[in-house]
Design a binder for this molecule. Structure first.
Ligand code: SF4
Length: 346
């Protein structure tokens, strides 16, 4: 169903807005310079909303300063301490991630809802399978999608009670099927925008795979308004993975897409190294083009006719082609440079 729309510091989530990429810094927020430096790197990689942890007052003060220079909206991640939420909103946070059921009473929820309303700051309710409330765990006997959705509605009801509706919700588990089912259930029963992701997904390889299946699968079902890939890695890798997932799911067409052949007995070139090199250099390109790296001159240009441009391997030399048409032969060691010269002209 079409979700409601929220505004996170000028970036829209839900209600048909483009699906946004989020990430989280892993520097101590108190270290302003390091955190801001990382935010700038994340933004340059394509991150559109960034979350920072706010564990104490020193972090709140740093958040205020970070906000002044951040190129993208900043979300305050807060656990349990409602005073930090109030201070973070006052310091300029664009969104707060907090679970109102965990902050110790309705007066506190009322205070946080009031502050967020005053500053037009949305709240993300972040249900994590690993920290479900005890009564829910006892009721269902295990971590399950139904329990996660029940937990989300518990938090939502608390905010609604104080007339607060500027909400987005996430339901994450380290299990892909549990995450997917929970988000499906949620989207059938609520129209709050959904932040989707698989939590504690793992290292770059496994985490990207799990996220691609979980996030990509949900996006293919039309579920999800903003995404975060969680990786045990430099968060910039999360942004690269998120970009690829959005592209592979066909929901955003920004930046280049690389296609490369699987290689076969006809392959006349070190295609794997070439594809890796082209992929790396494409990170600095933001044109919405498809670039092909193909293993042989006989079939490559034709098989990649749908690509905007590409290279195909030959013996000692290769071909540069554009929309399936051969432009010229190029010595093998100059192939990639020639390809990027062509890309500059597109
Ligand atoms: S492009 Fe050439 S090398 Fe690559 S899979 Fe096709 S036939 Fe094989």
């Amino acid at each position: 169903m079409m979700t409601k729309q929220i505004n996170v510091g000028g970036v829209l989530i839900g209600g048909g807005a483009p699906i946004t990429i989020q990430s989280m810094t892993n520097t101590p927020t108190q270290n302003r310079a390091a955190t801001l430096d990382q935010i700038k790197k994340l933004a340059a990689a394509g991150c559109e909303i960034v979350r920072v942890t706010v564990p104490d007052m020193e972090a709140v003060r740093a958040l205020g300063k970070i906000k002044e220079s951040s190129p993208i909206p900043v979300v305050a991640d807060i656990h349990f301490d409602y005073k930090l939420a109030l201070e973070a909103v006052a310091a300029g946070a664009d969104k707060v991630r907090i679970n109102p059921g965990n902050i110790g009473g309705e007066d506190r929820v009322k205070a946080v809802a009031g502050a967020c309303r005053l500053h037009n700051v949305p709240i993300r309710i972040g249900v994590n399978g690993g920290s479900l409330e005890k009564p829910i765990l006892e009721k269902y006997g295990k971590i399950c999608p139904e329990g996660m959705v029940e937990s989300a509605f518990g938090h939502i009801r608390l905010l609604n009670k104080f007339d607060f509706d500027n909400i987005c919700v996430s339901l994450k588990s380290s299990s892909v099927p549990v995450t997917m089912r929970a988000c499906q259930l949620m989207s059938q029963t609520s129209d709050y925008p959904l932040h989707i992701g698989v939590t504690e997904a793992g290292t770059v390889r496994m985490g990207t795979l799990k996220s691609a299946v979980g996030i990509g699968g949900l996006l293919a079902l039309g579920i999800g308004d903003t995404i975060r890939v969680s990786l045990s890695a430099d968060p910039v890798e999360e942004v690269y993975a998120a970009r690829e997932i959005l592209k592979a799911a066909g929901v955003r067409r920004e930046g280049p897409e690389l296609v490369s052949c699987p290689t076969c007995g006809r392959t006349k070139i070190d295609l794997i190294a070439l594809a890796n090199e082209v992929e790396e250099r494409l990170k600095a390109v933001d044109k919405p083009i498809t670039v092909a790296v193909m293993g042989c001159a006989v079939n490559g240009p034709g098989e990649a006719a749908a690509a905007d441009c590409g290279i195909a391997g030959g013996t000692g030399e290769g071909l540069l082609f554009q929309k399936g048409k051969i432009i010229k032969k190029v010595p093998q060691d100059l192939l990639v440079d020639e390809l990027f010269k062509l890309i500059e002209t597109l």
